[in-house]
Design a protein around this ligand. Structure first.
Ligand SMILES: NC(=O)c1ccc[n+]([C@@H]2O[C@H](COP(=O)([O-])OP(=O)(O)OC[C@H]3O[C@@H](n4cnc5c(N)ncnc54)[C@H](O)[C@@H]3O)[C@@H](O)[C@H]2O)c1
Length: 487
């Protein structure tokens, strides 16, 4: 961990070269990286819930168009997630190699490099209402402009170019080929910077035309809104607020994290695929039983996650470790973990199971422009949640814990707290998993509730009813006007 004053991006280069620190990243920082499965599940949940924002009467995503960019490391999950969610997914990618990777892997169904042809295909796909993923090999700006010119109805839009790194290959400006951009960023960096900014202004203009026709657009945690505003694009609602929300502010925060739903995951230490099948089955049965008694507020999330775990194997996302990700709330995580521990004890599983989570969760990460961006009481700028999870998880029984700087949005911008817990079938484990998971999830819900987030107030009251030993102060709600007049 760095002392805050020495935690700027340039400091990282220096101290990393000196060998005294390294970039923490997120799940990798606590040995819970499970390949692309995590990002596919998270993106599926996001697209499904974005779909609910544009639906009129629960008709689903069939025939609805989701347009975005990026087929890279994380962004490459978007076409796969769009198909799982039932939509028509169209993703622009400038780098032919990235397009090829996702196509040969089967995450992209069709590839076009001709704007006329792709528009024709989109029109047909919308009529057919069949889930399909289509890549546009070219610049996202050209695609947005064509969609606007052709008056195509785009229901959902986003962007996942690497705008956290705009000047060194994260964003390719319109009007230049991939090779021309690579040359210019190396030999004429100032000119390249101006090209990026001009391109962002064009991109926002086209997006604004489509949102004026009803498209729902959200920032996907890649600093799109921030860099577009720095480029002078027409992206501000007023001096302080962007025209568009981030996906955590609008979707993941209020619909998942505030209720305690987050990316719970496990790894079967036997390495045997049969053990993973057994855990999938156990987790599904636990959630199905829980759904029978779930309140209306969380029913949708329960159904989404039951569907995910039911179809998890056929999505073929396991690489290396026999691991699974499954969004669940505190009760779901605890009951699933307890059922795994019992199955180990009874010999139904051949080996132990390691529990963990992605840090992109209700509690583990303090990141004011991403994970904690829907916490509006100022506490999103503290690192309390990650630190308290790290410390609290440790003496409640975690097998290992981690606390690290960086990850996703950059060095100095976020602190992550993570854990791993080995279940070995013992009764001691039964006790530890209850204690630790209860803290790990409710710590974040408390913070979100103190910030007056409606879902979190509901969830923490419910947690106190279920566990009378839990005492969390509730926020005193006052009129917004009264508060605003004070500052
Ligand atoms: N929302 C989330 O959950 C989440 C998770 C991880 C990463 N992110 C953020 O998303 C961004 C992308 O992550 P990644 O790992 O996929 O990065 P990446 O660099 O591997 O992929 C980005 C892709 O965008 C392409 N691209 C850049 N400019 C383009 C343009 N103008 N038109 C078409 N294609 C263009 C690049 O060629 C590249 O393949 C990062 O900023 C990252 O921090 C968000």
């Amino acid at each position: 961990m760095m002392i805050p004053n020495y935690s700027k991006p340039d400091d990282w280069e220096r101290f990393n070269a000196l060998g005294v620190t390294q970039y923490g990243q997120m799940t990798a920082g606590s040995y819970m990286y499970i390949g692309p499965q995590g990002i596919v599940h998270g993106t599926t949940i996001t697209v499904l819930n974005a779909g609910r924002k544009v639906q009129k009467s629960g008709e689903g995503l069939a025939g609805k168009l989701f347009v975005t960019s990026g087929l890279g490391g994380m962004s490459g999950a978007q076409p796969k997630a769009a198909v799982i969610a039932g939509a028509v997914g169209v993703v622009a990618e400038i780098n032919p190699k990235a397009v090829h990777t996702r196509y040969s892997q089967g995450w992209v169904d069709e590839v076009y490099d001709d704007l006329g042809k792709i528009i024709e295909r989109i029109r047909q796909a919308k009529i057919e209402k069949k889930a399909v993923s289509i890549a546009y090999q070219g610049n996202i700006v050209d695609l947005w402009e064509k969609l606007a010119d052709e008056n195509i109805e785009v229901e959902i839009g986003s962007d996942q170019t690497s705008l956290h790194n705009p000047w060194a290959g994260g964003y390719y400006p319109a009007g230049l080929s991939f090779e021309e951009s690579n040359h210019m960023m190396a030999f004429e960096p100032e000119k390249f910077r101006l090209k990026v900014q001009e391109s962002l202004r064009r991109q926002v203009n086209a997006i604004n035309r489509l949102t004026a026709n009803g498209m729902y657009f959200f920032d996907y945690g890649n600093a799109f809104l921030l860099e577009a505003s720095r480029a002078g694009a027409d992206i501000m609602k007023n001096e302080e607020t962007f025209r568009y929300p981030s996906y955590v502010q609008d979707i993941m925060g209020p619909m998942c994290f505030d209720y305690g739903f987050g990316p719970f995951r496990w790894v079967c230490a036997s390495g045997d695929p049969a053990d993973l099948d057994t855990t999938d089955q156990i987790a599904m049965e636990v959630l199905e039983k829980l759904a029978l008694e779930s309140p209306a507020e969380i029913m949708q999330q329960m159904h989404d996650n039951i569907r995910w775990i039911r179809e998890a194997k056929q999505n073929k996302l396991v690489v290396g470790s026999q691991a699974r990700i499954l969004y669940a709330d505190c009760e779901g995580r605890t009951r699933i973990a307890a059922a795994f521990n019992q199955a180990i004890r009874q010999g139904k599983l051949k080996g132990p199971v390691v529990l963990g989570r992605d840090h992109h969760d209700v509690s583990g990460t303090d990141s004011p422009y991403r994970e904690t961006s829907n916490i509006y009481d100022g506490s999103s700028f503290t690192a309390d949640m990650a630190v308290q999870n790290f410390v609290g998880d440790s003496f409640r029984g975690a097998t290992w814990i981690s606390l690290h700087n960086g990850g996703g949005v950059g060095w100095g911008e976020v602190i992550n707290g993570g854990f791993g817990m080995l279940l070995d079938g013992s009764t001691e484990c039964d006790c530890r998993l209850h204690l630790m998971l209860h803290w790990d999830v409710n710590n974040g819900i408390s913070r979100r509730s103190w910030a007056r987030n409606e879902g979190a107030v509901f969830s923490i009251k419910r947690a106190m009813e279920k566990e009378p030993l839990l005492k969390v102060t509730l926020p005193n709600l006052v009129e917004d006007q009264l508060l605003e007049n004070l500052f």
